[in-house]
Design a protein around this ligand. Structure first.
Ligand code: GCU
Length: 857
């Protein structure tokens, strides 16, 4: 029997074994900056022999660039280059510095490049290399560009200037002061613990290094759901320490503000009774706090503000406008050159019985009337779609509707609604649907990427904000493959026209090496990943049919409706979808410029993948593809889960081509995803099958001949449990132990042809307990695991913990499958499962399935 995934909690005993594999193991901490040795010592002759860094101040980005070049060239080629800081011969050297410093040292550069802020010039002529930035940050970016070429074995001669598309290339880290991270899936904060800034900021500096290499220039370090105590004198000093740690990498610090801070009794600050943005004492309060911050952090990037949204206070609390709120901060920041990123994510709870109510309308309703009223240093930060980081959304119309305001796009690298890095989704193809979308403002080409760069509407500011949420986990995001999203985010913020496949392949080479099968396999998996996830989590523009009322991880289509959050599907027995037309619906389609509005208004010109976003139709409505809506739901959910199964074997094919540690860790995630995609598929198809009463033409939905339902087995010490939501269990029912201390047994006689099968067990891994399961055939143990998502593969023991938001319930979040490959079955065998409860987890079981090789349940 080969264990595909054996889950086990008791790992310390196996540590010795693990250490054998640590020799070549990689934790992921170095991400794409590994500088791994390249075969090809023959190239060394053409490399520079010296590095000239035109700044000797150790905290300067140019000095850092010199260090990186030294480290990189040595790591990749084993060649030691000495770094010089004074004037040194340029021939045979790599010279890095600002264009100005270069000119001072070596005279005018012939064919001097046209550089804008943060831009750089890179020229390689054999062993003579020039890396010249418009500023120090640009020089560091150029050094990373050159090192990226080298690390990919690219020694071609180049000479070009690279300039950013937009000045704002920020990340947002939703870190709370207690060290937790909202929608973070990789452990705790690298910045905060216990209400203050951590003393050891090594990881913050390492993060800044990663960000500099992808040309990110600022990080907002705390959650948009902010806490006023960030503004205590002790924390302002802590922010100064973070800024000091990141500054050498050209990364500035920004902070999220709680709008009501002046009246929040911040220790060390005056306590007011109001936070009215027009009140003189409030204005003075923010002016004073801003001054204190700039005293400690002279290059603070600015403020991020979430106001009047999801319970956050804001100017509307005092009947002031959102622009009056934003300008309060803009005026305080203006003397220091700081920027206010003011979020457009403002909406109210709504009543579903009002056919015309629509949360998607909110941003334009709130912001369009204020266009022209925001100060010059305010940027409206707009989520890519009108709702909330769904698996597919139409482009937010707000980008086109406030031409007199600066705008930035908000993307989510931390995939809150897209599998929380326990499912793998390469996000740039999704982002590109928005960046490349032509909103046709004034019937003129108006690509979102040209709006946020400021070009389309002649704005001086604009750009991108990416919600990253890195944590203390060595993988940064919780999964090695997920790092391609962060890498590509930076690349797109610099140049939104970059190609998702090219960026991905650069990342693969830098992260895993140059083996072409590794590149091809990861490319295929990556490009199939978003379509697969969309297919099994909610297609046709219905949104991610996730549990929106709890952890945003597993399926719960019912949770979209019947509440005020406005993520409605309006599904009933005959019909589904939001009518967002002007003629009969919420009028949302009318928020777009006319050409786009008429495309979405008309069902015939609305693309199938957004049909249910814009239209309310019968399940029997025929799509452009020729299938009915309901049949397409069934077909795509099965297709998506099928694709997720193939990721396991694709990843397995890379064994030995990637170090064991990273290979195992990702395999664990792919196996989990394969199982959970079936949970998703079944939940969604059963739910709509039940609701519509329309059978699946292919007879797959609710028909699983290879399954043995736990509730149909002979039970001893186990009892039936009606799962909620019902569709999160096969046949709606699971079993749980009758007591929370004594084991239960489920037994059945196998009526399968003798042979080899993959034996999979669907169970629930809840937070707050680690039940133990033993599966035996005729009392001979064939599988054993502890339900705590810690895992064994083969002989390697490693604690592997999934970082998704946990669930304390038996539901679609905790539903999990474990598969044991190649189990020999003889007809008539007695299969027994003994489940031992732990804590509040009553060893919950859903079903067992026996799959002949190659068959997906
Ligand atoms: C989502 C997310 C919240 C977050 C919010 C925001 O609703 O679930 O955790 O606070 O977006 O972007 O402000």
């Amino acid at each position: 029997m080969r264990l595909r995934a054996r889950i086990e909690e008791d790992e310390p005993a196996k540590r010795t074994l693990r250490s054998t594999f640590r020799l070549h193991a990689e934790s992921g901490l170095a991400a794409w900056l590994r500088y791994a040795p390249l075969p090809g010592a023959e190239h060394r002759a053409s490399l520079p022999s010296h590095i000239v860094a035109l700044n000797s101040t150790t905290s300067s980005p140019v000095y850092i660039a010199g260090q990186e070049l030294e480290k990189g060239i040595e790591g990749i080629f084993g060649k030691q280059c000495k770094v010089h800081h004074g004037h040194y011969g340029a021939a045979g050297s790599v010279v890095v510095g600002t264009l100005d410093e270069y000119t001072k040292a070596y005279g005018n550069l012939t064919g001097a490049p046209d550089l804008t802020e943060d831009g750089f010039w890179l020229s390689t002529k054999g062993s003579t290399v020039q890396i010249l930035g418009q500023n120090e940050r640009g020089a560091l970016y150029g050094a990373f560009e050159y090192l990226s070429m080298l690390a990919q074995g690219n020694l071609t001669q180049v000479a070009y200037a690279s300039n950013p598309s937009a000045p704002i290339r920020w990340t947002n880290e939703w870190n709370n002061l207690d060290g937790s991270i909202e929608r973070g899936f990789a452990g705790n904060s690298i910045f905060f613990a216990d209400g203050v800034i951590v003393s050891n900021l090594t990881r913050a500096a390492e993060y800044a290094r990663l960000l500099a290499s992808i040309r990110i220039n600022a990080v907002v370090v705390n959650n948009v759901n902010a806490n006023a105590s960030l503004l205590t004198p002790q924390n302002i000093d802590g922010l100064g320490r973070i800024a000091d740690a990141m500054r050498p990498y050209g990364v500035q610090v920004g902070i999220s503000l709680l709008f009501s801070s002046p009246s929040s009794a911040v220790q060390g600050q005056t306590n007011l009774t109001t936070f009215d943005p027009l009140d003189e004492s409030v204005i003075a309060w923010w002016t004073n706090v801003t001054e204190q911050i700039y005293e400690r952090v002279p290059d603070m990037a600015g403020y991020l503000v979430k106001a009047n949204s999801e319970g956050q206070p804001g100017p509307i609390t005092y009947n002031r406008t959102l622009s009056q709120g934003a300008n309060l901060f803009a005026k305080a920041l203006q003397p220091y050159g700081g920027i206010v990123m003011f979020r457009a994510f403002v909406y109210n709870q709504l009543n579903e019985s009002d056919w015309r109510a629509d949360r998607a309308n909110a941003a334009v309703d709130f912001f369009q009337p204020l266009d022209g009223e925001f100060d010059a240093n305010v940027v409206i930060q707009i989520k890519y779609g009108p709702i909330d980081f769904q698996v597919r959304e139409p482009t937010s119309p707000l980008f086109a509707d406030i031409p007199k305001s600066n705008t930035a796009i908000e993307l989510q690298i931390s995939p809150e609604y897209l599998g929380q890095n326990c499912h793998f989704v390469y996000l740039p193809p999704l982002w590109k649907t928005v960046l490349d979308f032509d909103l046709r403002a004034d019937n003129t080409t108006s690509l979102v990427k040209d709006i946020i760069s400021g070009r389309r509407f002649n704005r001086s500011l604009g750009g991108s904000a990416g919600v990253v949420n890195v944590g203390t986990n060595d993988t940064w995001l919780g999964s090695h493959l997920a790092m391609s999203n962060l890498y590509a985010y930076g690349r797109l913020a610099w140049n939104p026209s970059d190609d998702p496949t090219m960026m991905l392949q650069d990342w693969v080479r830098l992260t895993f090496g140059l083996d072409s099968s590794v590149i091809d396999t990861i490319t295929q998996m990556s490009l199939e990943s978003w379509p697969a996830y969309e297919n099994y989590s909610g297609n046709l523009g219905i949104q991610t049919l996730i549990d929106i009322l709890y952890t945003h991880f597993g399926p719960n289509p019912q949770s979209q409706d019947g509440n005020g959050w406005g993520q409605w599907t309006r599904a009933d027995g005959e019909t589904i979808g939001m009518d967002r037309t002007m003629s009969n619906g919420t009028g949302f389609s009318g928020q777009y410029p006319s050409e786009v509005a008429s495309m979405f208004e008309n069902i015939a010109t609305t693309p199938d993948n957004l049909l249910l976003w814009f239209h309310h139709v019968n399940y029997t409505h025929v799509l452009k593809s020729g299938a009915t809506v309901i049949q397409d739901f069934y077909d795509q959910h099965f297709a998506g889960a099928d694709t997720a199964q193939t990721f396991v074997s694709m990843w397995e094919s890379l064994q030995g081509k990637i170090d064991e540690e990273r290979w195992n860790d990702q395999l664990f995630r792919q196996v989990f995803q394969a199982g959970h995609s079936i949970v998703w598929r079944d939940a969604i198809t059963n739910f709509y099958h039940n609701l519509s009463g329309i059978p699946d033409e292919a007879n797959r939905v609710g028909n699983h001949p290879n399954r043995l339902e736990a509730e149909s087995m002979t039970l001893d010490g186990y009892k039936l449990y009606a799962v909620s939501p019902y569709e999160a269990a096969s046949n709606y029912t699971a079993i749980v132990t009758s007591s929370n201390t004594t084991s239960g047994t489920a037994t059945t006689t196998l009526d399968f042809d003798s042979g080899r099968y993959d034996l999979a067990v669907n169970y629930y891994d809840m937070y707050g307990g680690a039940s133990h399961f033993v599966v035996s055939l005729n009392n001979h143990t064939v599988a054993e695991w502890t339900s705590n998502l810690r895992q064994y593969i083969g002989s390697i023991a490693a604690p592997r913990v999934l970082g998704h938001t946990p669930s304390i319930y038996i539901d679609g979040h905790s539903a999990t499958r474990i598969t044991f490959a190649n189990v020999t079955i003889t007809k008539g065998d007695m299969l027994k499962i003994v489940g031992t409860p732990d804590g509040n987890e009553p060893a919950p079981l859903d079903y067992v399935v026996l799959l002949p090789p190659g068959v997906v349940d």
